[in-house]
Design a protein around this ligand. Structure first.
Ligand code: IPD
Length: 258
């Protein structure tokens, strides 16, 4: 694996982003769970990603939000596995509420190896390779050193899981007075990138899928963030999990998670 490969993955993400921004009035399909949508553009981008990424790494497995291969299997624990979210922020996309991003994670032997998250609306390309730092448009990034009380914080509402709603908002209510203010962007990958680049001090969500976090979690870790589940354990990179992403300045687990 050399730097050429990460460059090629970014080129694919950029082309996928171009499909996203040129799309008009896509057909919308519902999936299971509250307001869980997929559009024909999610499917089109996913097919495009698989075709192009296969050219880069023909031996890789694929796990993607929209292709039916949505369960992490033991087969994905060895060798390369691309984890794809063609449009993270599908509801944003449907309602033209920006941003939505293309998220491409690459696992090696079940561990995060490369992460690429592209926001085509602002031409912002986040990427990281394990042990080599995180970058935004080729500039190295580090998360903020501000304490939580001087930082924005964000959360995801875990919208598709009704049973997590009370807990999500209970934590959010306790978090608000501990920080400057709360944000909810509509894309988990973007939220983690915002912590990575120092816009935000913390992001949490009670349930995200592997394709939501595989790429962005590596970018955040390489930018000095601490990522755990709600119990303080390391993220599994094997499937759905709760997630807390803290910047360098948010050293302790805030009391809202107790
Ligand atoms: C969703 C977004 C949202 C988050 C959900 C995700 P999708 O992904 O990232 O911000 O709250 O948990 O599932 O469905 O738009 O790809």
């Amino acid at each position: 694996m050399n730097t050429m490969i990460i460059d090629k993955i970014q080129d694919v993400a950029r082309d996928a982003g171009a499909i996203m921004i040129s799309a008009k009035r896509p057909k919308i399909m519902e999936k299971s769970g509250h307001a869980n949508f997929c559009t024909e553009i999610d499917e089109k981008i996913q097919a495009f990603l698989i075709e192009k990424l296969k050219e880069i790494l023909p031996e890789a497995n694929f796990l993607g939000e929209e292709d039916g291969q949505d369960v992490f299997t033991s087969k994905m624990e060895s060798g390369f596995c691309f984890v794809l979210d063609p449009i993270d922020g599908t509801s944003n996309f449907i309602y033209s509420y920006r941003p939505s991003v293309v998220s491409i994670g690459l696992l090696l032997d079940g561990k995060p190896y490369i992460g690429v998250v592209y926001n085509p609306f602002d031409d912002m390309m986040f990427y990281a390779k394990k042990g080599e730092g995180a970058f935004l448009n080729d500039e190295k990034i580090m998360s903020s050193e501000f304490p939580l009380k001087d930082s924005l914080a964000s959360f995801g509402t875990a919208p598709y899981y009704e049973e997590l709603r009370d807990k999500s908002f209970e934590i959010a209510k306790k978090l608000l007075p501990l920080c400057v203010d709360l944000r909810r962007s509509g894309t988990a990958a973007w939220d983690m990138c915002c912590v990575a680049v120092g816009r935000c001090g913390l992001y949490f969500e009670m349930k995200v899928q592997l394709w939501d976090y595989a790429a962005a979690a590596l970018i955040a870790m390489e930018a000095g963030c601490t990522l755990t589940d709600i119990e303080g354990k390391e993220l599994s990179f094997k499937g759905a999990t709760s997630c807390i992403c803290r910047s360098r300045g948010v050293k302790e687990m805030p009391s809202c998670f107790e």
